[in-house]
Design a protein around this ligand. Structure first.
Ligand SMILES: *[C@@H]1O[C@H](CO)[C@@H](O)[C@H](O)[C@H]1NC(C)=O
Ligand SMILES: *[C@@H]1O[C@H](CO)[C@@H](O)[C@H](O)[C@H]1NC(C)=O
Ligand SMILES: *[C@@H]1O[C@H](CO)[C@@H](O)[C@H](O)[C@H]1NC(C)=O
Ligand SMILES: [Cu+2]
Length: 166
């Protein structure tokens, strides 16, 4: 019984720590939320710009591209708006792909442009521009944050099951 109470206390402590760290290490945003990263629905080629406008991205946040639909997608960061508008990817750019998803930490201020370079996905609107502003601590969080700090929540649940088994 005593062990269990200590376990619960530890979990509480971890949750508080998570909340604090979240401010410090940034927020994970799943691009497109539940829709994920796919060619947008036919009648909404501006799907991802609408999505991006709902959030305020800060330096240190992570954009998670979760492959949905055909799942054959990439996330390639292109340097500027011209390349973004024309879906132009240079030979030096290595598009990210594989697994269920990839996460890209937004390390610098400014607009980060991502496209999918498979087929005509980008031309159909599978592209997103993320306006990243200075670090979270100074901001008044006026827009909602989807709160997933993946590594920490995995650690937390591993810890929780460990404690309850023992
Ligand atoms: C797209 O079309 C579907 C079906 O007609 C409709 O339900 C949906 O609201 C439309 N989406 C937009 C963004 O117009
Ligand atoms: C595409 O990008 C390459 C490399 O950055 C550049 O040399 C080329 O001019 C661009 N093409 C267009 C159409 O913007
Ligand atoms: C990015 O966001 C900042 C702060 O909200 C704003 O001042 C700036 O104009 C935005 N830049 C672009 C290219 O939208
Ligand atoms: Cu794609």
């Amino acid at each position: 019984m005593a062990n269990q109470r200590i376990g619960l206390g530890l979990i509480g402590l971890l949750m508080v720590t998570m909340t604090i760290l979240e401010g410090a290490i940034g927020v994970d945003y799943t691009v497109g939320d539940d829709y994920g990263w796919d060619v947008p629905p036919k009648n909404s080629s501006d799907f991802y710009s609408i999505w991006a406008n709902r959030y305020e991205f800060k330096v240190g946040d992570v954009a998670v591209f979760r492959w949905t639909g055909s799942r054959k997608h990439t996330a390639a960061e292109v340097p500027d708006k011209a390349d973004f508008d024309s879906c132009n990817i240079s030979a030096e750019t290595t598009p990210l792909a594989g697994g269920d998803a990839v996460g890209v930490r937004l390390n610098t201020e400014g607009v980060h442009y991502f496209i999918c370079n498979i087929g005509t996905h980008c031309e159909q609107g599978q592209k997103v521009a993320l306006n990243v502003t200075a670090d979270a601590s100074s901001s008044s969080a006026s827009k909602p944050h989807p709160t997933h700090v993946f590594a920490l929540s995995i650690a937390l649940s591993a810890m929780a099951s460990f404690l309850f088994v023992h």
